[in-house]
Design a protein around this ligand. Structure first.
Ligand SMILES: [Mn+2]
Length: 300
């Protein structure tokens, strides 16, 4: 049988599954202010719908402490962890998910503040790897946990990858278990615990980890500012992050669903931009005052 791009071993069209997680932010925090403008469940819903639009979506799972009514998300309820171990708790939820809940298949594990803005994500899985993560041009924080591809070549690779992160954070980065631990642990895995197999492939104790270009698969706009402009050419996954998330809903309507056409679009888009700018500015004071957003090496 001839295998072409996007087919699995049996020649069937490849489906991708989605896994995301969000816990309610602490009242009064910067994330709580964002949450009032766009809640975690709404972000996850838009993420899943962007996959429905631009990919062959199998299942979309959402781990959360909030009740969700959605026809695209399968929700797994969890208790909200303490702020000091938020990152670690999410990683442990993923360990448990791949241990007990996951159907076999290919997974994109995403932050909820991500949208799939272009077709072609299935092709990532044509390559042979267990895990794929993205790297960007940033010497201190090159790896971001917001987009992870888990392949199903060996069915336990998702569980192994997240269990390894749990072990390393517990051992080395317990102070960052609430924030940044996810980024530090990925740098540790790639730079200290893996051998480089080729330009973009590493081997960590038998786990084959591929590095993808963040500009394509984990794009975030300059200075957290999307301006309600279409995603740049070539971007597949658009990561909102920070105050940028206030744009996510309109961004979905205009550039994923392409809901408004012609004159309505010409008039409506700039108006929505003004609204989004206002919302983005309204959360600025909280964002600039939050200590947890300071990188560990910058702390006194
Ligand atoms: Mn994010």
């Amino acid at each position: 049988m001839n295998l072409t791009a996007g087919n699995d071993e049996n020649g069937d069209l490849t489906c991708v599954n989605l896994l995301t997680c969000h816990f309610s932010p602490v009242p009064g925090s910067s994330n709580a202010a964002i949450n009032e403008l766009i809640g975690g469940a709404r972000q996850a819903e838009l993420l899943a719908r962007s996959f429905q639009k631009n990919a062959r979506l199998g299942s979309a799972y959402f781990i959360s402490d909030v009740e969700v009514v959605s026809d695209v998300l399968k929700t797994i309820r969890a208790l909200r962890p303490s702020e000091s171990e938020l990152t670690l708790a999410v990683i442990r939820q993923f360990v448990e998910f791949f241990q007990f809940h996951a159907d076999r298949g290919k997974y994109v594990v995403c932050d909820p503040d991500v949208l799939l803005v272009r077709a072609g994500i299935e092709q990532v899985f044509d390559d042979s790897f267990d895990i794929a993560i993205t790297r960007r041009d940033d010497r201190r924080m090159p790896y971001n946990s917001g987009v992870v591809f888990v392949n199903d070549h060996s069915s336990d690779c998702g569980q192994r990858f997240y269990r390894l992160q749990d072990e390393i954070i517990t051992e080395l980065f317990s102070k960052e278990a609430g924030w940044f631990g996810d980024q530090l642990v990925l740098t540790e895995i790639i730079e200290k615990r893996s051998t480089q197999v080729s330009n973009d492939v590493y081997d960590c104790d038998g786990l084959r980890i591929k590095i993808l270009d963040a500009a394509k698969y984990n794009f975030s706009p300059n200075r957290d500012h999307p301006y309600l402009l279409p995603p740049p050419r070539g971007v597949v996954l658009y990561h909102f992050k920070g105050r940028c998330r206030t744009y996510m809903d309109d961004f979905f309507q205009f550039f994923v669903e392409r809901r408004f056409k012609g004159i309505v679009r010409l008039v409506w888009l700039p108006l929505r931009f003004v609204v989004n700018e206002w919302r983005r500015k309204s959360v600025k004071p909280l964002f600039s005052s939050v200590e947890e957003r300071v990188m560990p090496s910058d702390r006194k």
